[in-house]
Design a protein around this ligand. Sequence first.
Ligand code: SF4
Length: 274
Amino acid sequence: MEIMLIPHAGFCSGVKRAVELASQAARENGKVYSLGPIIHNSQVIERLHQEGVEVVHRLDQINKGTVIIRSHGVPPSVILQAQKRRLNVIDATCPIVKRAQNVAQLLHSDGYVVIIVGDRNHYEVKSILGFAGKGARVVKSPEGLRKIGEKKLGILSQTTQSVDNFCRVVSRAVAIAEEVRAFNTICEAMQSRQEETAALSRKADLMFVVGGLESANTQRLSRISQETGCQTYQIEEAAEIEYNWLNGKKRIGVSAGASTPDWIIEEVLDKLRH
Ligand code: SF4
C-alpha cells in the first residue's frame, strides 16, 4: 500500500505564529486569555490550556491581564473595548488577514461600497467587515450581488475562498456597476493546500483529510477531495481510522488543514503504515 501526503500539509505561517505567540505569552505571564480558540483544533487548544492559555468568548470575562487576538482578527471596536478595560493586547492576527482588513479600510475611505466574498458567519469575515465601513456587504457567490444598486464597488475576498468564485463575483460586478476595484486577498497557503489536495485525490483510491471538525479550511479540503469522486474521510486524529476502510485500497492520500499540527499528521501516517 502506498501512502502519499500533500507537500504543504499542516500549520500555515499565520497559525504557527498565533500558536507560538500564545505559548510565549503564557510562559512569560503564567496565565493569559485568548478571545475565542486560537485555532480550530481541539488537541492544540488542550495543549495550550495546559500551558496557561484560557479561552474566553467575551472581553467582560477578563478582569485584568493579557488577551490574545487570534489569527482571524477582530473588528477595531473589540480592540478599543480591550484597551478601555486596560487589558494588555497581543495581536496574533495573521498578516494576510491584516492585509484584507487594510484593503477594506482603504476601499471604504476611497468611496467604494465594500463587498467581501465569503461566509458572513466566519470570524475572519466579521473582523474584515469591521474595517469595511457603512453599507459593506458579504456575498457568497455572484447571486449575492443581485440586490446591490450601488455603482462604485470595491471587492475583496475571505482568505480561504476559491479564486474561481472570487473571479465570478468580480465579473458579475463589472456587469452591474459603473466602477469596480478588486483586490485578490486569497491566501496562497490555502490555495496550494487546495490544489495539492485536488491533485492527490485524483491519484488516490482513498483520502484522509486531517483536521478539526469545525475548521472551515479542513472542511473545504474535504469537499474538494470528495468532488473529485475519491472516497474521503475527514478525521481529527489517528484513533478514528478503522482498518477495514483500507481493504482493497492500494494508494492512500493524506491531506491536512492549515490548523492541523505536525504531530497529529505523523500519528495518522504511522497508523496507516502499520
Ligand atoms: S490560512 Fe493563510 S490567511 Fe489563514 S491564517 Fe494561515 S496564512 Fe493566514
